[in-house]
Design a protein around this ligand. Structure first.
Ligand SMILES: NC(=O)c1ccc[n+]([C@@H]2O[C@H](COP(=O)([O-])OP(=O)(O)OC[C@H]3O[C@@H](n4cnc5c(N)ncnc54)[C@H](O)[C@@H]3O)[C@@H](O)[C@H]2O)c1
Ligand SMILES: [Zn+2]
Length: 369
């Protein structure tokens, strides 16, 4: 048995721990009773999550009253109507202020459960047990919760921190490979933002990561959580440095929007393509070298992630992409704001990026593939 890692997210009174290791579900009872005195738990999960994870948690919480609510897997559950049904299901369990919600699943479950916890009885506790690599390295840190509406993604939500996050790396064994890689794009992102040594480590240890060696998985998740925790602790509500986490994301959101959320392009794949575009844009503006672009592309290709839009079976329209980017919330005063890089591990926020340079960059990446 290996010892689990612990990352503390410093949030003043709302400080919480992230536990990362093998067989964490089996020990969930110990961690949870240290974090909360609740005696009623509602486990909320989606219908793809293996039953064995639920029963292991129930077993670990043996003395408590436990209810289980399932939602449909997929982004469509982040709608207002599904949210309302979820609230009804939770109220059917007769919650009180000592009830704690447990989000067991990927980022969809985490976002919707966090939002529910923030509004039920004006706020009850919740615990995250993320089971996708993406939710383990990204959405479980930082307390953004929310749902979508027809105007866009995550437009309705709150900042609400969990009491505890339990990451069991063994749950990644049942995750589809494509979802694993999508989460891996976010891991690479942390190296590219401010940690060249981590990027180099990823490059040297990629085979162990892709073959899911436990030590490698623990290392990438712990490093990613620490990295995001540090940034979020400095800037919880994204008024400054937290924006660095959007490296590649302005491009990614436009690509996802144009692909139409039909499963042809998942978020992490869009981030991979978007990070390459961010490097190319930085290069065009004279900030980073050709060599850095090549090193990043080479790593992403070796991982099995797409780096060009043409790898996705869609027709891409550069002007519609640009239009979508202007509507993205990362636009201030009509000027495009981008996260650019001086080199691998040295990202910065640049305001006033001219739209025509962005257009040229997208076009180059659409054609150049
Ligand atoms: N709050 C934040 O800061 C934040 C950050 C990034 C992303 N997000 C949100 O996260 C969502 C994406 O999260 P995601 O990529 O985890 O997607 P997801 O929650 O849809 O999970 C992906 C798929 O994997 C399945 N699955 C999950 N765990 C599994 C396991 N261990 N074994 C087998 N199947 C499993 C799910 O049922 C689903 O079909 C988006 O809605 C995004 O907006 C939020
Ligand atoms: Zn992302």
């Amino acid at each position: 048995v290996t010892i689990a890692d612990k990352v503390t997210v410093q949030m003043g009174k709302r400080t919480y721990d992230i536990i990362i290791g093998s067989a964490v579900l089996e020990s969930a009872g110990v961690y949870i009773s240290a974090a909360t005195s609740a005696n009623h738990f509602v486990i909320i999960t989606d219908n793809n999550i293996p039953e064995s994870y639920i029963s292991t948690i129930k077993c670990a919480l043996n003395k408590a009253r436990i209810d289980v609510v399932k939602i449909a897997a997929g982004e469509s559950s982040k709608s207002f109507s599904c949210f309302n049904s979820l609230l009804d299901s939770i109220f059917e369990t007769l919650p009180d202020r000592n009830t704690t919600l447990i989000a067991l699943g990927g980022g969809v479950v985490g976002d919707i459960v966090g939002f529910a916890a923030s509004v039920i009885l004006r706020g009850i506790d919740f615990i995250q047990i993320p089971t996708t690599l993406l939710s383990q390295v990204d959405s479980s840190v930082g307390g953004k919760t929310g749902i979508n509406n027809k105007f866009g993604k995550n437009l309705i939500g709150s900042f609400y921190q969990p009491k505890l996050v339990l990451i069991d790396i063994d749950t990644l064994k049942t995750l589809p490979k494509r979802e694993f890689l999508a989460g891996y794009a976010e891991v690479v992102k942390y190296g590219l933002i401010n940690d060249k040594a981590f990027f180099n480590w990823l490059d040297d240890n990629l085979d162990d990561i892709l073959s899911m060696q436990p030590a490698a998985l623990k290392k990438i998740i712990t490093t990613s959580c620490k990295s995001k925790a540090e940034i979020v602790a400095q800037d919880e509500k994204e008024s400054g440095v937290r924006a660095l986490l959007n490296l590649g994301h302005t491009f990614a959101h436009a690509l996802e929007h144009q692909a139409g959320y039909d499963g042809s392009l998942v978020h992490g794949e869009a981030v991979s393509i978007g990070m390459v575009m961010a490097f190319c844009l930085s290069n065009r503006l004279g900030f980073c070298s050709d060599k850095d672009i090549d090193v990043v592309k080479h790593h992403l290709v070796r991982s099995g992630l797409p780096i060009y839009p043409s790898e996705i079976k869609k027709i891409w329209d550069v002007d519609l992409l640009l239009e979508a980017m202007k509507q993205d919330k990362k636009v201030s005063d009509g000027m495009l704001v981008f996260i650019l890089v001086k080199s691998i591990g040295d990202a910065f926020i640049q305001k006033n990026v001219a739209a025509n340079v962005v257009r040229d960059t997208i076009l180059q990446n659409i054609i150049n593939s």
